[in-house]
Design a binder for this molecule. Structure first.
Ligand code: NDP
Ligand code: HSE
Length: 420
């Protein structure tokens, strides 16, 4: 094992507690023979003679069959995994960043070496997502996937929605409780979801999705006011990773806060829970949900992968790495067709609506719903929901609207999931 933190400790405990059942399923003994960590001074739940801070000695040890990488990040994790594969070892990893950035190359190396490289825990923690996409659902053309793939942001958004509290306040509480990290950027600004949705899209569409082609926004701009308007209009706001099949050759991958109808299954995935909703041409609509992080659920996925590797070894298999190629064609956000939510602060006087309506109309944006109320100091607040329109048209209308004298502030806007 490389790494013995939250996930490593859980995986070790599971291998210890369920040893007999696991070995019966594999048909071979499983033994953790070496554990690589950074700090040899920490108290650990495993015998101290297993530990080393020389991780290269593990990936170079000819007596080891499988390396389980649970360090995280790309350096030194990626070099260690590459060396393990070069040395003929199967690999299990939970590392979303490494797989999102270098997955195509690593899986191909494993395939070339007739080895396994499994990474079920990298997306959705304990929820089986990657194996079903690779196997049971592989015959489908995936038409759309939408995931709540980050527990920290879902916890924050759920608390904001259910308790009417602001982003900063809930973030601080989540940090104090240890749900959010001291530097929350990776979660709050959507990087974690970007890694995860790019891995899922790469598997579903058979080519690596470069993370640079994923449109990304985080949740910092979500306010309790927008949460309240979304509720009135019949929606919840969730951070979604979304993959749309645009044509037979191209997809669009995006991460942003999204208004989703309250009666959609994803709207009911709350707190730290994760979920993936998927529409396939033959399977129809389905959703997986469960615990997307934490020591035990993530260990469940890691040990499941290890059992797969063990069965393969036990059957004298040739490895079952399923490579995906490169050259994925992705569409930019500008050509997205989506409904939008817009909240404006305006002067509370005649002609305001007609000025705004003209800007929408001139840019082919049609309105579907509206809420308004008078605020203090001669201001009014107006919320619009549009019919589906092109992102570029909405953005042009938005710019035009923001330049009008009667418009005090463009307070916020979001994309809305088109429930058709
Ligand atoms: P932790 O930070 O809890 O543990 C990391 C482990 O790696 C520690 O044992 C640490 O050593 C060791 N380590 C880190 N850097 C080095 C280094 N340079 N050399 C040697 N050892 C090093 O991470 P997690 O267990 O939370 O995460 C592990 C992986 O699992 C990551 O890829 C993460 O994204 C993924 N994951 C995590 C989930 C979770 O709920 N935590 C959920 C799903 C996936 P030491 O103990 O000495 O500090
Ligand atoms: N930071 C992640 C989350 C957990 O909040 O969901 C690891 O994937």
């Amino acid at each position: 094992m490389l790494g013995f933190g939250t996930v490593g400790t859980g995986a070790f405990r599971m291998l210890h507690d369920n040893k007999k059942a696991i070995e019966d399923k594999i048909g071979l003994p499983v033994e953790v023979v070496r554990i690589g960590v950074k700090d040899l001074g920490k108290d650990r739940i495993a015998p101290s003679d297993l530990f080393t801070d020389d991780l290269w000695s593990i990936v170079d040890d000819p007596s080891i069959d499988v390396v389980v990488e649970l360090i995280g990040g790309t350096d030194p994790a990626c070099s260690l995994v590459e060396r393990a594969i070069q040395n003929g070892k199967h690999v299990v990893t939970a590392n979303k960043e490494m797989m999102a950035k270098f997955g195509s190359r690593l899986v191909q190396s494993a395939k070339d070496g007739k080895l396994d490289l499994h990474y079920e825990a990298a997306v959705g923690g304990g929820i089986p997502l990657i194996q079903p996409l690779k196997h049971q659902l592989a015959g489908n053309d995936v038409l759309q996937m939408m995931g709540i793939l980050n527990g920290t942001t879902n916890y924050i958004l759920t608390a904001m929605q259910q308790e009417g509290r602001g982003f900063e306040e809930v973030l601080k509480e989540a940090q104090a409780k240890g749900y959010a990290e001291a530097d929350p950027t990776n979660d709050v600004d959507g990087f974690d979801t970007m890694y995860k949705i790019s891995i899922l899209a790469s598997i579903a569409f058979g080519k690596q999705v470069p993370i640079e082609s994923v449109y990304r926004e985080g949740i910092r701009k979500v306010t309790k006011t927008d949460m309240a308007y979304a509720e009135i209009l019949g929606y919840r706001i969730k951070l979604l990773g979304i993959v749309d099949a645009v044509s037979s050759e191209s997809i669009r991958v995006r991460v942003h806060p999204t208004l989703i109808k309250k009666d959609h299954q994803l709207a009911h995935v709350n707190g730290v829970f994760n979920a993936l909703w998927l529409r396939g041409d033959f399977v129809g609509d389905l959703m997986f949900s469960g615990r997307g992080a934490g020591s035990d659920p993530t260990a469940s996925a890691v040990v499941g992968d290890l059992i797969d590797v063990g069965r393969n070894i036990s059957a004298n298999g040739q490895g079952s790495a399923i490579p995906y190629g490169t050259g994925m064609v992705t569409e930019p956000i500008d050509s997205l067709v989506s409904p939008f939510y817009l909240r404006l602060l305006v002067s509370d006087r005649p002609m305001v609506l007609s000025v705004i309506a003209t800007a929408f109309g001139e840019n082919r944006v049609s309105l579907a719903a509206m809420e308004m109320k008078a605020l203090d100091e001669g201001l009014g607040e107006i919320v619009f929901l549009t019919h589906p329109c092109r992102e570029s048209d909405f953005q042009t209308a938005l710019k035009q609207i923001g330049e009008q004298d009667v418009v005090d502030t463009v307070a916020n806007w979001f994309r809305v999931h088109d429930s058709k």
